[in-house]
Ligand binder design. Structure first.
Ligand SMILES: *[C@@H]1O[C@H](CO)[C@@H](O)[C@H](O)[C@H]1NC(C)=O
Ligand SMILES: *[C@@H]1O[C@H](CO)[C@@H](O)[C@H](O)[C@H]1NC(C)=O
Ligand SMILES: *[C@@H]1O[C@H](CO)[C@@H](O)[C@H](O)[C@H]1NC(C)=O
Ligand SMILES: *[C@@H]1O[C@H](CO)[C@@H](O)[C@H](O)[C@H]1NC(C)=O
Ligand SMILES: *[C@@H]1O[C@H](CO)[C@@H](O)[C@H](O)[C@H]1NC(C)=O
Length: 358
């Protein structure tokens, strides 16, 4: 065992030096064991969880994931987090901590890395608390966008093997003028229809116990922002700070951004996913954000020796001329996980995280 990890470290070192000494063109020999997934993997991460696109899961895998989400949402009591009175379930723990931290984790440099930690902790909770054996799936919306105009036919919104679809149309306020909002009522069918599923916190920043149905309010024009062209534009930058900026972009409804596409394409004006604070009340939140985490990793992988160590962007929201985050900046999830430096969140297969994307 010890000699194996020495070998892996040695190989990792060679690959780090590769660009300098250019010796790593041939595959190294690993004896009988499989090669590490990629050369920067820590010996502590021998078998990363492989996160897949929702559509790539078998029906059995989809069922297992949904059952685990329902399990933390229905059966397991919350850890109490001080200051959050409304928590009932382990699922609420996550919605609650997102709500409390909302003013500090959006339009900042650590937006992506906070959410990376948040999703990994959610994935771990599904596994540790509810015996889920798979990985957190993601939702590659660009594929759906290309495949069919009618969102209700997308696999993720399937009534039987997905998260259910749109709510029926209801009148309501639309303060941001979300275009062509088409629902707003309770998701009528599927595993997250009332009363099988209850959103307990919110709306907005409210932390009181307020059980109600999950709502969706599809906006096709907002969802159309989720194009590969826009993904490519986000990826086409040289610095982490620019990546973080392009991902969230300017928060207006006239300038496309992939983050807003998922939130407002599904949540519209009256759906849970469109609620800045309470959006994790819709379980699709975690698949949407995993996709953006995958984007960050795709960007990092274009130059890992540099991008495992580079961060930037404001500490305070929109403070683009103020101080930038550094690798020693800490993020936390209240009682759900230890506070941690960003340095530990850079590597998907490091000493802290252990997963990869298909
Ligand atoms: C979505 O899928 C396409 C086609 O497989 C792929 O090229 C792209 O990288 C994926 N996008 C994201 C954000 O994962
Ligand atoms: C997304 O869907 C819309 C409407 O069908 C279409 O106009 C747009 O070109 C699509 N984007 C991509 C990248 O396919
Ligand atoms: C899902 O169920 C709803 C409510 O019964 C229905 O309106 C919708 O058409 C169904 N979706 C599909 C794709 O069949
Ligand atoms: C933070 O980073 C940006 C972009 O690299 C830079 O323009 C800005 O001056 C930095 N802020 C400080 C206070 O150094
Ligand atoms: C994590 O950091 C927060 C904010 O600085 C602090 O209030 C909290 O006590 C820390 N939690 C732990 C477990 O150290």
């Amino acid at each position: 065992m010890a000699s194996m990890s020495r070998l892996i470290r040695f190989v990792a070192l060679l690959v780090v030096l590769g660009p300098l000494v250019s010796v790593i063109s041939a595959s190294p020999t690993y004896g009988n064991s499989p090669p590490p997934k990629y050369p920067y993997a820590s010996p502590k991460c021998r078998r990363p969880l492989i996160r897949k696109d929702w559509r790539a899961l078998s029906n059995g895998e989809k069922k297992a994931y949904i059952a685990a989400v329902q399990c933390i949402g229905n059966k397991k009591k919350a850890k109490s987090i001080s200051g959050i009175p409304g928590l009932q379930t382990r699922y609420d723990d996550f919605q609650g901590i997102h709500s409390v931290q909302t003013p500090d984790i959006h339009w900042v440099g650590h937006f992506m890395l906070w959410h990376r930690y948040y999703i990994a902790t959610y994935e771990k909770t599904l596994r540790d608390v509810c015996g889920y054996r798979g990985a957190q799936p993601y939702w590659n919306w660009t594929i759906d966008n290309k495949s069919n105009k009618d969102m209700s036919l997308w696999p993720i919104f399937n009534n039987h093997t997905g998260f259910g679809g749109n709510g029926p149309y209801v009148d309501g306020e639309n303060p941001f003028a979300v275009p062509e909002r088409s629902g707003g009522g309770c998701v009528p069918r599927g595993p997250f229809a009332w009363p099988k599923w209850s959103v307990n916190l919110g709306p907005g920043a409210s932390l009181e116990y307020n059980p109600r149905c999950l709502t969706r309010d599809f906006s096709r024009p907002m969802m159309k922002w989720a194009t590969q062209d826009l993904v490519d534009w986000v990826l086409d930058v040289n610095t982490y700070a620019d990546f973080a900026y392009r991902l969230e972009n300017v928060p207006v409804f006239t300038i496309p951004n992939v983050h807003g596409a998922g939130h407002f394409g599904v949540g519209g004006a009256l759906g849970a996913l469109g609620d800045v604070y309470a959006s994790p009340g819709d379980p699709i939140f975690y698949l949407h954000h995993a996709t953006m985490d995958r984007m960050l990793w795709i960007w990092q992988k274009k130059n890992l020796p540099a991008r495992l160590y580079e961060v930037g962007g404001p500490i305070a929201p929109f403070d683009y001329s103020g101080p930038n985050i550094t690798l020693s900046f800490k993020v936390g999830l209240g009682k759900l996980a230890p506070n941690i430096t960003l340095a530990k969140l850079m590597n998907l297969q490091g000493d802290t995280l252990c997963y990869d994307y298909e």
